[in-house]
Ligand binder design. Structure first.
Ligand code: NAP
Length: 285
């Protein structure tokens, strides 16, 4: 049976560290790290994510602002807010909650965030920095995965890692972080042929495709490390990942559950990026 990677516990420990670091930083500089979150429209899942981000800020002692805008907000209004936050000294991190209503161009909005405050690491400058391995911020979910591996002393150096999914927010940066940690990385996607053959070679499998319980035990090798980024609803409406946990748990050496695995790490990494941004600003003064 696999060791179950406890994302809640790892996340709580890192948040304690961030809280202590933030308090020490504030004492030394008089500056409280600040995060601004913008939400446009009333998507219920987004409302919950935004609320949780606000709560996390409170927990670690950050200043936070949540800007709730109506679904008919214009591009000009949103850009005006982004630009005002770019020049607001109390704010070190700006996050625009995705998805935006269809009439708003997400890429355009992200490109207008000051990349020094882009704590999601979605701005093209930060994406490029991640590519060359010279970064200030790491994209939150992939960074959370790396922290989980670290917490359980799982070293990917020289290992075969398969990342399934190639989105800009999870799969691609995840592959890059694995590469920076000296893994041999294969990136799989919907056009990959013989996916199970590729996965059975992998020492570590990271699933990020958004398909409930897709990964079965016969698709992994004995003692593989299985990381599940997916967040889906099963046939009963229950939250589940991209991994068939019950099957894979019996064969894997380590496995993340859903919920309670990668999920809690994402917001924690957002807090870490906001603190880094505040520190970076002071170091440049
Ligand atoms: P996405 O943008 O929809 O990308 C999905 C990726 O999976 C695509 O690259 C797609 O391939 C690939 N794919 C789809 N079906 C596949 C199949 N049958 N075999 C192999 N590859 C397949 O999704 P995302 O934003 O990366 O999110 C992925 C999952 O992670 C979702 O469940 C999401 O909710 C979850 N997520 C969780 C967190 C967290 O905090 N835990 C954060 C972000 C996302 P193509 O490129 O060929 O289409």
């Amino acid at each position: 049976m696999a060791v179950i990677i406890d994302g809640k516990a790892v996340s709580a420990k890192i948040r304690e560290e961030i809280k202590a670091e933030s308090a020490a930083f504030e004492k030394e500089t008089g500056i409280k790290p600040g995060l601004a979150v913008i939400i446009v429209g009333d998507d219920p899942a987004s409302q919950i994510y935004v609320r949780n981000k606000g709560k996390a800020c409170e927990e670690v002692g950050f200043y936070s602002e949540i800007h709730r805008l109506s679904a008919d907000t214009t591009k000009e209004q949103l850009l005006e807010l982004v630009h005002s936050l770019n020049s607001n000294d109390k704010i070190h991190g700006i996050l625009v909650q995705s998805p935006l209503p269809k009439h708003l161009d997400e890429a355009l909005i992200v490109n207008n965030i000051d990349y020094n405050k882009d704590v999601d690491a979605f701005h093209p400058v930060n994406v490029g920095k991640i590519m060359i391995g010279d970064y200030n911020f790491l994209p939150c979910t992939p960074a959370g995965v790396m922290e989980l591996l670290k917490a359980y002393d799982i070293d990917v150096c020289g290992k075969e890692v398969a990342v399934v999914g190639r989105s800009n927010i999870v799969g691609k940066p995840q592959a890059m972080l694995m590469l920076h940690s000296n893994a041999t990385v294969t990136v799989c996607h919907s056009k990959t042929k013989n996916l199970a053959d590729v996965l059975r070679r992998a020492d570590v499998v990271v699933m990020a495709i958004g398909k409930a319980k897709f990964l079965k035990a016969d698709m992994i090798k004995d003692s593989a490390v299985v990381i599940d980024v997916g967040m889906n609803r099963d046939e009963n409406g229950k939250l589940c990942g991209d991994v068939d946990f019950e099957e894979c748990e019996k064969k894997a050496s380590y496995i993340t559950p859903v919920p309670g695995g990668v999920g809690p790490m994402t917001i924690t990494m957002l807090m870490k990026n906001t603190l880094s941004s505040a520190k970076l600003k002071v170091s440049k003064l």
